[in-house]
Design a protein around this ligand. Structure first.
Ligand SMILES: [Zn+2]
Length: 392
């Protein structure tokens, strides 16, 4: 009986140590995963704050937030939800999870009153079948769900309906039906006007969609007192123009900052009607509306440009980690007469990968140490070395 009991008594500590190792392993792996995929967005976005407009009537509230006279607008761009054809399923899953967590955390922490997405919502809207389109739209609504306190305004981009030569009424109307609005219109909130433009249709070649958009723009420019001259007489007017294509600029050579285009790409010349709007279309927009601020996407990189020494434009980088290591969005405080901007950077992909790699290296080290300890290999190893030493 005593002999039979002995092996069990000897195995008990091995069994317990193995289970402790498994529990530690599960705890560490799930902790790292939870941090990298969920928690990391909170400290990063908590560092961001709404910019203050110092001379707004009413000033700040008790908690430092702008008071009700200020409109809190969040601006992001180029989400490029992968479609059914391009991209690996894991890439799709990961990018959409990242964007969903970033957006939902930003909504919860920052509570914007209006959110603009500056086009290229979908990567394959330009060619997707009706079934694939509906699937893309369903995932978009899940990712960018929001309460009625926040208004979501979506602009059209070339990946949503195709470049000018691919665009047709079917794709445009399909997009407008999903987002329940025409792509060229004025949105007014708290007395602040935003001119939304279907910039894909500003080709100026007289195509039916281009003609329709131009007619609408002429009508809007007449209806709105957006000119600088009128603004100086009536300070409570003035519009901002979020759109997909940037106004014409030669290249990104003058762009600076941590999210500007890489140095080797900055000097590449932009092609009119492809990378940026044509010179003519850009001038027409500026002359008709004299916007106090232009916000654009499409280039996937950040930039600040001043057109004609008086019209500032901000290029908003892509919100998708597939396009950037460091996506970001713009926080804008608008009053009817003024505005202030700040940029909110999201967790860098390289940081997340570094955390996973460090955790993996630590676990590998612990696993090896555990194996060596359990199997007594250290002792074996030293005995072997000793044996070799003696034989020498
Ligand atoms: Zn684009």
């Amino acid at each position: 009986c005593v002999k039979l009991m002995m092996p069990n008594n000897k195995e008990m500590p091995r069994f317990s140590a193995r289970w402790i190792a498994v529990v530690v392993l599960i705890f560490v792996v799930s902790g790292v995963f939870f941090f990298c995929e969920y928690l990391i967005y909170f400290p990063t976005i908590l560092k961001c704050a709404w910019p203050k407009i110092s001379h707004v009537r009413g000033g700040e509230g008790i908690d430092g937030r702008p008071m009700d006279s200020t409109l809190r607008a969040m601006v992001l761009s180029d989400t490029h939800l992968l479609g059914a054809v391009g991209g690996h399923w894991f890439d799709k899953l990961r990018r959409e999870w990242q964007m969903e967590r970033a957006f939902q955390t930003a909504l919860w922490l920052l509570r914007p009153e209006i959110v603009f997405i500056l086009g290229d919502i979908f990567d394959e809207g330009k060619w997707s079948s009706q079934k694939d389109w509906e699937d893309d739209v369903r995932r978009f609504h899940r990712m960018f769900r929001h309460t009625t306190d926040t208004e979501l305004v979506v602009l059209v981009g070339n990946h949503d309906i195709g470049f000018h030569y691919e665009m047709d009424w079917f794709k445009l109307q399909r997009f407008e039906k999903v987002f329940n609005a025409t792509s060229t219109r004025i949105v007014t909130k708290k007395g602040v006007n935003f001119l939304l433009v279907n910039s894909v249709a500003l080709h100026g070649d007289g195509c039916p969609i281009c003609q329709s958009v131009e007619r609408e723009l002429i009508k809007l420019s007449r209806d709105l007192n957006c000119s600088l001259q009128q603004r100086s007489l009536v300070p409570l007017t003035g519009c901002s123009a979020p759109q997909h294509y940037p106004l014409y600029r030669v290249s990104d050579a003058g762009c600076t900052g941590q999210d500007a285009a890489p140095p080797e790409e900055r000097h590449l010349l932009f092609r009119e009607k492809y990378d940026v709007l044509s010179k003519e279309a850009s001038q027409r927009l500026l002359q008709w509306f004299k916007p106090r601020l232009i916000l654009s996407g499409h280039t996937h990189s950040g930039c600040e440009v001043l057109h004609d020494n008086k019209y500032p434009e901000i290029s908003v980088p892509s919100f998708n980690w597939r396009n950037r290591n460091n996506p970001s969005f713009i926080l804008a405080s608008f009053s009817a007469g003024s505005y202030a901007l700040s940029k909110c950077f999201l967790p860098e992909e390289s940081t997340v990968i570094a955390v996973y790699c460090s955790a993996g290296a630590c676990l590998l080290f612990l696993f090896l140490a555990h194996c060596l300890w359990m199997k007594g290999l250290l002792q074996c190893f030293s005995l072997c070395l000793l044996g070799k030493h003696k034989s020498l």
